[in-house]
Design a protein around this ligand. Structure first.
Ligand SMILES: C[S@@+](CC[C@H](N)C(=O)[O-])C[C@H]1O[C@@H](n2cnc3c(N)ncnc32)[C@H](O)[C@@H]1O
Length: 395
C-alpha cells in the first residue's frame, strides 16, 4: 500500500480488504480501550485518527461514540492524499489532513484523543517512539494505539485467516508482512514516552492496546486524599459478608445511594444522593485496571443535591446513573463495601485510605491480605466503574 506507483483501483481494493480484516478479526481491542475513555470525557470531543487510511475506523468510532452519548468530531490524518480521498468518496472522515505522523501538524493538546490502528508496525523502534510521543503531544486527554502483537502462533494463525479471506494482491502482500512486523508487548512498553502514565493490555486475537495519558495521574494536589482500591464481582455474597462481619472493627452500616455521573474532561465526576436527602459531589481519577489502583478523589458536601445535579446535567451532560444498596464495614482503616447494584448484581469494594506521602504499595499489600481473608479470588476483580458496566450492558 506504501508503493507510490499503485493504481487507484488497487488501493481501493486494498481498503475493501482491510475493511474485511477489521470485520473478521474485529477491532474489539480498540473499542474496549477507547469507548470507556470517550464516555468519561465531555459530551463533545475531537478525535485524531493517525495513519487513517480511508478513515473507516474513525467513522466507526464516531458511530459508536454517538451510541454512548458522545458527539465525536473526527480528523483523519494520512501522508497519502489518495487514501484520504477514497475515504472522502465513501463518506468516512469529517475532516482530512495530509501529514506525517512523525511530525504531526497540530499544536500541543489540539484534540481530545488520538488513535491509530494497524499503524505502529509501519515503524521501527526509533520512529515508533517518535510517533507515540507525537500522538501524545497533540492530545489533551489520551492517545490510544492498537496493533498486531507479534508471535509465532499469531503469524501462523493470521496467515491462515488471511488465506481464507482471499485478499487481493496488495493486501495479500501487505498482510503477512504486517504479521511479522508487529511489536511485542515488551517492545511497545519500552517505547512508551518516559514519565507518562500508560495502560498496556494484551488483546485477543494477537493484538495489544496502549493508552498514553496526556497528564501524569499524580500531577494533582499532593494533599488531595488518595486511596488504593479494588472492585470484585461476588457470587458468594453471604460468605463474604459473614467473614467481613467477623473481621470488622465497625459496621455494618446500611446506605441507599443514587449516583449521577456527568461527562467531564478528566477522571470521573458524580453526584451522590442518599436516602435522607443529603448529597455529595465526588470528583475522582483512577486507572481502569483490574488489580489494586490508586484513586485521587475530592468529596464536596452538597446542601441542595437536586439543584446541583440539574445544573451539572445541563452544563456537562449526564453520562449515566447508578442505584445501589451499600453495606459498609470498616476493617482497620480499610472500607469494605458490599454493594447490591440495580441491574448489575452483587459486588465487593475494598478501599484503603492512604496517609499523606504513603506509598501505594502499603495499601496494595493490605488489600491482597484482605482479599485472602474474605475468600475473594483475583479472577473476580473487574475494571472500570459500575456506570461503565451499565453502559456496556446497554450498548
Ligand atoms: C495499514 S493502513 C491502516 C489504515 C487504518 N488505520 C486502518 O486501520 O484501517 C496504514 C496507513 O498508514 C499510512 N502511513 C504510513 N506511514 C505514515 C506516516 N509516516 N504518516 C502518516 N500516515 C502514514 C499509510 O498511507 C496507510 O494509509
Amino acid at each position: 500500500m506504501d508503493d507510490p506507483a499503485l493504481p487507484l483501483a488497487d488501493i481501493e481494493r486494498a481498503f475493501t480488504d482491510l475493511d474485511r480484516v477489521h470485520r473478521w478479526v474485529g477491532n474489539g481491542a480498540l473499542w474496549r480501550q477507547l469507548l470507556p475513555l470517550l464516555r468519561r470525557g465531555p459530551s463533545r470531543q475531537r478525535l485524531l485518527d493517525v495513519g487513517a487510511g480511508n478513515g473507516m475506523v474513525g467513522a466507526e468510532a464516531r458511530r459508536r461514540a454517538a451510541r454512548s452519548g458522545v458527539e465525536l468530531r473526527v480528523v483523519g490524518l494520512d501522508r497519502k492524499l489518495a487514501h484520504l480521498v477514497i475515504g472522502l468518496q465513501q463518506g468516512c472522515a469529517q475532516a482530512l489532513v495530509v501529514g506525517d505522523a512523525l511530525a504531526l501538524p497540530f499544536r500541543d493538546g489540539a484534540v481530545d484523543v488520538s488513535i491509530s490502528t494497524l499503524f505502529q508496525h509501519h515503524f521501527d523502534g526509533h520512529d515508533g517512539r517518535r510517533v507515540l510521543a507525537e500522538m501524545r503531544r497533540v492530545v489533551s486527554r489520551a492517545a490510544v494505539v492498537v496493533d498486531i502483537r507479534r508471535s509465532r502462533l499469531g503469524s501462523l494463525l493470521g496467515r491462515g485467516v488471511l488465506k481464507l479471506l482471499r485478499l487481493g494482491p496488495v493486501a495479500g502482500y501487505d498482510g503477512p508482512m504486517s504479521l511479522d512486523q508487529g511489536w511485542t508487548t515488551a517492545e511497545i512498553r519500552a517505547a512508551a514516552p518516559e514519565s507518562v502514565t500508560f495502560q498496556l493490555h494484551r488483546r485477543w486475537p494477537f493484538r495489544w492496546s496502549l493508552q498514553l495519558d496526556a497528564e501524569p495521574r499524580d500531577a494533582g494536589d499532593p494533599k488531595m486524599p488518595r486511596n488504593v482500591e479494588v472492585k470484585a464481582r461476588l457470587s458468594d455474597v453471604a460468605g463474604v459478608c459473614r467473614r467481613a462481619r467477623a473481621l470488622a472493627t465497625d459496621g455494618p452500616h446500611e446506605f441507599v445511594q443514587h449516583d449521577v455521573f456527568f461527562h467531564c474532561r478528566r477522571g470521573r465526576l458524580k453526584l451522590r444522593r442518599f436516602a435522607d436527602g443529603a448529597g455529595e459531589l465526588i470528583a475522582y481519577e483512577r486507572a481502569d485496571e483490574a488489580g489494586p489502583k490508586t484513586s485521587h478523589y475530592r468529596v464536596v458536601p452538597c446542601a441542595d443535591p437536586d439543584a446541583v445535579a440539574e445544573a451539572l446535567g445541563n452544563a456537562l451532560g449526564v453520562l449515566g446513573e447508578v442505584r445501589k444498596r451499600r453495606t459498609l464495614f470498616l476493617i482497620g482503616r480499610t472500607r469494605v463495601h458490599l454493594d447490591e447494584v440495580e441491574d448489575l448484581g452483587s459486588f465487593l469494594e475494598l478501599e484503603v485510605v492512604l496517609g499523606v506521602g504513603e506509598p501505594a504499595a502499603a495499601g496494595e499489600a493490605e488489600i491482597a491480605a484482605l482479599m485472602t481473608a474474605l475468600g475473594v479470588e483475583s479472577a473476580c476483580l473487574i475494571t472500570g466503574a459500575y456506570v461503565d458496566l451499565l453502559i456496556d450492558d446497554r450498548a
